[in-house]
Design a protein around this ligand. Structure first.
Ligand code: FPP
Length: 249
């Protein structure tokens, strides 16, 4: 009986005992190095990364995570060679087209944060269609950060708030945390409880600078294309063992 108990603890089913984060944000890093290790072009790494987007979305639905935010393309990623940028855009379209039906049937709601206006027409339209198709779903909220930058987000919020003050729509004294949050891309989305970055890098890279203020951070050496359900569960176990104090005692 004891043996059976311990066996259960080591299986993927044991997640029911864990404190499951309501919102996980991920920096999916290491696609390029994963490909390089195999003497393959970087876009092969990104393609393998898309497979893990599917795996991790399904695992989050299964574990009861409500929000999953993925850093798919940053405001700085435009500096990569055209071929890689175009490859990433094609992969986004491929993912949204191929997975939309299944995600919709699984009650996934697709959302985005970032400045979509600068995206080429095809990925932008495909994303808008995915958002519209799934807008009434209320299972996993899959938030894809596209042309996203934390500083750009805060800068835009400041401009809008300043304009609204100038137009007498709000008073300076009314500017508090919750007002600012209403001007961010993440309006109505709760802050992440857990931020995961793969591939052994310890940086935020302009990701969710406001929203990650009190989140737990988890870093792993695993490259994103190798990050599967077990690796996610490991991160959740570590999260589950931490005590969050939000600045209190
Ligand atoms: C970082 O790896 C990864 C990215 C910049 C892009 C992530 C994109 C995907 C996983 C595919 C598209 C996403 C969706 C949601 C369909 P890197 O290239 O910086 O890796 P490296 O640091 O090893 O070079």
């Amino acid at each position: 009986m004891f043996k059976a108990f311990f066996k259960k603890k080591n299986t993927i089913e044991s997640f029911e005992d864990l404190n499951i984060p309501n919102h996980i944000a991920i920096i999916m890093d290491g696609n390029g190095r994963w490909a390089k290790k195999r003497n393959m072009p970087r876009n092969v790494g990104h393609k393998a990364g898309v497979e893990k987007v599917k795996t991790i979305s399904k695992a989050c639905s299964k574990f009861g995570v409500k929000y999953l935010t993925l850093y798919a393309f940053s405001t700085e990623n435009w500096n990569r060679p055209d071929q890689e940028v175009n490859g990433l855009m094609d992969l986004l379209v491929f993912f949204l087209k191929n997975e939309l039906t299944e995600m919709h049937e699984s009650n996934v709601r697709i959302m985005t944060i970032g400045d979509l206006s600068r995206l080429p027409e095809k990925p932008r339209k495909t994303m808008e269609n995915a958002i519209k198709t799934t807008e009434n779903n209320d299972g996993l909220y899959l938030i894809i950060a596209l042309n996203y930058g934390g500083r750009a987000e805060i800068k835009e919020a400041i401009k809008h708030i300043a304009q609204d003050v100038k137009d007498d729509k709000i008073k300076v004294d009314a500017i508090d945390d919750s007002l600012i949050e209403n001007y961010l891309y993440t309006k109505n989305i709760p802050d992440p409880d857990l931020m995961i970055r793969t591939s052994g890098e310890f940086r935020l890279s302009n990701y969710l600078l406001w929203q990650l203020a009190y989140s737990e951070f988890y870093f792993t050496d695993v490259y994103w294309p190798d990050f599967g359900e077990h690796a996610l569960l490991e991160a959740i176990k570590v999260y589950s063992s931490r005590q969050r104090r939000f600045g209190g005692v």
